[in-house]
Structures are given as C-alpha cells and as structure tokens.
Design a protein around this ligand. Sequence first.
Ligand code: AMP
Ligand code: MG
Length: 412
Amino acid sequence: MEHLKISCAQRVIFECITLQDSESVDLAMSLGRVLSENIFANRDLPPYDVSAMDGFAVRSADLFNLPATLVIIEDIKAGDMSTLTVGRGQCARIMTGAPMPRGADAVIRVEDTREISHDTVQITIAVKACHDVRPQGENMREGDVVLTKGTEITPGVIGVLATVKAAKFSVYRRPRVAILSTGNELEAIGDPVNPNKIPDSNTYALMAQVQALGITPAMLGIARDDPAELEQFLKIGLEYDVLLVSGGTSVGVHDYVRPTIEGLGVEMKFWRVAIKPGHPLAFGKTDKTFVFGLPGNPVSSMVCFEEFVAPALRRMMGNTKQYRRTVTARLAHAVKMRPGRTEFVRVQLSADDAGYIASSTGTQSSGVLLSMARADGLLVLPSACSGFEAGAQVTVQLLDGTVFQECPGFKE
Ligand code: AMP
Ligand code: MG
C-alpha cells in the first residue's frame, strides 16, 4: 500500500477541508479566535494633537535666546480641553496625552525647564516645531482598516479592538470535534484496574491537544473491535465537523475501522503516510465531516495529531499560520535512523550562548508515552538521511506555545 509523503498528505487534507462559518463573539471572550471581518478605526487617534510628555507647551519660535523665560497661562491635564491661545512669550503647563493648546507647536519636558515662580518658567533648550507632540491620527485615522479579516486575536489585537470600541465582532466558528478510541484491550479511566487491559490514554491526550487549540472536544468513549459497535459509535462521530478515531486503522484482522468507515460512506483519501512514528494514518470525508484515523500507539497518535490534525483544525478556524514553530538546535548526541520515513524524535531543549541544544527524551518506542510527556519538541529527521552526528545542526518543532508559522519549516 502506498505511503504518502507528509507534504502530500497535508496537501490532500488542506484541499478537502473548508473554512468554518462566522459567528459573533464578545471582545472579552475572543482571545485566540480569528477575525472573519475587517475592523475599521471609528475615529482619529489621538483625536487631536497631544503632548507626548509632562512639561510645557511652547511656541518653538520663542526659544531662540536661551534660557527663555515664559509666562504660564494655564494647566492642561489629560482629558481637559484648553480654552486659551498661547501667545508670544507664553506657555501652558501640560500633561502627557493632554491636547495641545492653540498657538503652541512644541512641548518641552519638565526635566529641561526650571520653574521660577508659580506662573513663570525658564526653558533651557531649543526645539523645533512638533517636538514631543503626537499629531492627530498618528495612531489611526477614522475609516482606516486597522485589523484585517484573518487576524489571529492576541492580547495586542484585543487592545486595538477595544481602542476602536469593537465590543462584538465576527470570528470563524470553532469546529465541533469528536474523539473515539477503539480496541477490545482498552480500559476506560473509570474502570477498575485489570492487568490484562491497556488504559485508554489516547482519548485524553487527544482531548488536551484539541483543547490547546481552543476547542472543547466531545469524548465518545471506547468502541470495541466489533463492526456493529464500531458502526454505532462512528455514526455518532459523523455528526461532528471533525472525527478523530484512534486505533484499528492498521491491517490486522481485527482492525475494523477501515471497512466500517467506508461502509458508512466516508470517502477515504489515504491510509498511510511515510512518517515515524505514525504511518497508519488515514484521512477521509463525508459531505459534512472530516475523519482522521489515527494510529493506536499513544505517541504515534499524538505526533500525527501535531503534524496533520492541528494544522487542519487551525486552517478551519481561519488561522493563516498552521504549523508548530521550528527552531534550529545542535544535537547533544548522535542519532541514527533507517532511511525511508521522516522521523520525529522526542527531544528536550536546553540552551547555551550558541543557541538551543537538543537531547533525546529516552526510548523512542511509539508505545512509550513518557518520551512525549518529557518532550519540549520533535526533532525532525528527513526521510533520506541515516542519522546525525553529535553537534550537528537539526530542526526541532516546538510542542508548546501559541506561536505558529506558515510553513512546516523542516525537510521531510
Ligand atoms: P492499533 O492501532 O489498534 O493496532 O493499536 C496499536 C497499539 O496502540 C496497541 O498496542 C494498542 O493497545 C494501543 N492503543 C490503541 N488505542 C489506544 C488508546 N486509546 N490508548 C492507549 N493505547 C492504545
Ligand atoms: Mg486496536
């Protein structure tokens, strides 16, 4: 059976998935969402010329002979509107953010002045017009597009939205995601411990990976390796926008996911990807659901989620950056591999003056989930190579954080 290259599989997935509809969201609940509309400035900001400093609003032409002694005609605080006009030999005491009075064209900060009496001040430096004045509209002009459709809402973006009084706006809807584990050997978290069984960890690791993208998934539970039971569960899963099924996608005689899922009308696009861990990765669709068949091995399931499911979910939510951030690191020790599939090695990262250092989290068996639990990132070994020496420069995909990038950033 054909093993797709990672990039081919990603392309097939991206060609199938569709952008979610829009919904309205409150500003306070919008962190991490993606705008599905352009946002405009509702006024000029600042709305008039304002002082950038605490100091004195002056006429720059008055400062040719220093020190210049000026008469203070008023105090202007932020929020005040000045009523007087600053004439020759005059100035106004002004606070940061307060509107410039008529007649004045520059601000002298307090540190460059000496107050002689309550209403006279000596200015000790000369400045040009506009010095320490923030002009009207410097920040934004009424009618400007300040944020474009597709912008991911970060704390800085929230600040801009609040600035333009966008209390509600439209964002892409989050997909509804269902998670299903399959296997006779699986023991649910609430079941008593049975030494012959395998605890179901995939449901929860996948749950957390979905949650990390801001989505609350539905956990459907465990389906036994029985076509009728599997069909029942899969039917429920096919009511969602995205269904993640783990286990049962290999070619074992009790791996019923493939025939059952195809029997339910899911159009499968591929069943194998040239990736390690995780090659039994499947993807298909109905007219309303995208289905990922993830490997049962706990590490494989998580790695496949990161490489294929997370980018798909992010794209559905309108994110233009889908891929985990990659960094360059040097290897603390040699790593070996058999060429053929792109390998993802779980590593910890430390750093010194020369940058990041990557070291393996230990045994890389796809059943050893602790290798994932301890990992900061996935070291990518391109499929054509047979390993790297200690000290080699390698690419590591970070497993944590909210910063993503537009391209995968590694050679497969
Ligand atoms: P499968 O893909 O069904 O052949 O499963 C491969 C391996 O992953 C087997 O050792 C399973 O016991 C294990 N496995 C499958 N599903 C889960 C799960 N939900 N949690 C933990 N291990 C699993
Ligand atoms: Mg199984």
